[in-house]
Design a protein around this ligand. Structure first.
Ligand SMILES: Nc1ncnc2c1ncn2[C@@H]1O[C@H](COP(=O)(O)OP(=O)(O)OP(=O)(O)O)[C@@H](O)[C@H]1O
Ligand SMILES: [Mg+2]
Length: 277
């Protein structure tokens, strides 16, 4: 009987697939090598290797179901919370493999923070939303220090001026865009090095989106940011590098301007020109 992998040219090329573009950067903040992710028997990420640079925004794009969320959830072991999920490979930050033994995911998730698609403030005051992390991580010795962290984090998230007179009001009472900035402040409050954002603007209107995009650009001075987005315009506006995923493969990575003006891989070109996805 004919071997199906040899009769289907798509499968042959898929077996041989190697990411187009340079997956490495000088002095990376994070290094991912040969990452495979499975949900039960089903493989969702196939042999992905990629560096995350310091002070960069890197965008993850690709059709729905290609594995963008799965991949970024590997970077702070958020996939650990999904029972059927298994991650193989190496993901290194500060010379430590985060999948190594003895890794405590609580400090890891402060170091590699995450902002979700839907703003999810705690049902607590604005102040407590931001103060909660520093408290449980023991980052402040006094109320004055905690006040300072809350104020600085809200300032960095571009929300301070709007909420400084209502810090005791519930976080859930803010507008969607304000709630998302509150969630960003909460992430910043525990001194992360990397911030993961999975479609952070998809629940926001264009004005709130523009504010978050400006903020992302400012945050790059201090942090590495990995953003998943369905908007190619957003990827172009906020990121310096872009990674294109397709059916669990990292097809191509490169400078954002190159990916959107002269992609090297046919699949990337099909996607950015709207022929796919
Ligand atoms: N909790 C889960 N259990 C089983 N399969 C999952 C789970 N989460 C994702 N998958 C599968 O893994 C693959 C990648 O999904 P993922 O959510 O990472 O894609 P995505 O690129 O983020 O898609 P979208 O753009 O729609 O958010 C899909 O085939 C999906 O069905
Ligand atoms: Mg997703």
């Amino acid at each position: 009987m004919a071997d199906p992998t040899h009769s289907d040219p798509k499968l042959i090329s898929r077996e041989k697939r190697k990411t187009v573009g340079d997956i490495t950067v000088d002095n990376p903040r994070m290094t991912c090598r040969n990452v495979n992710v499975y949900y039960g028997e089903k493989q969702a990420i196939r042999n992905v290797s990629l560096d995350i640079a310091r002070n960069e925004v890197i965008a993850m794009i690709g059709p729905s179901g290609c594995g963008k969320s799965t991949f970024i959830r590997c970077l702070n072991r958020m996939n650990d919370t999904i029972e059927s999920c298994r991650v193989e490979g190496e993901i290194i930050i500060d010379d430590v493999n985060i999948y190594g033994r003895d890794i405590d995911v609580v400090p890891l998730r402060a170091q590699v923070g995450m902002v979700f698609q839907k703003p999810n403030p705690f049902p607590k005051s604005i102040y407590e939303n931001v103060a909660y992390g520093p408290k449980i991580h023991g980052l402040s010795q006094s109320r004055a220090e905690l006040d300072e962290i809350v104020e600085t984090s809200l300032k960095k998230a571009g929300l301070w001026e709007e909420v400084k007179d209502q810090l005791e009001h519930p976080g859930t009472g803010l507008s969607g865009g304000q709630q998302q900035r509150l969630c960003i402040a909460r992430t910043i409050a525990v001194s992360p090095e990397v911030i993961l954002m999975d479609e952070p603007c998809s629940a926001l209107d264009p004005i709130a989106t523009a504010r978050i995009e400006d903020l992302i650009d400012e945050l790059r001075e201090q942090y590495s940011i990995v953003i998943v987005t369905h908007s190619m315009q957003q990827a172009s506006r906020v990121s310096q590098r872009t990674a294109y995923f397709h059916l669990g493969d990292l097809i191509e990575v490169g400078k954002t301007t190159d990916i959107f003006t002269r992609p090297k891989h046919q699949l990337t070109e099909d996607y950015i020109t709207g022929r796919f996805g």
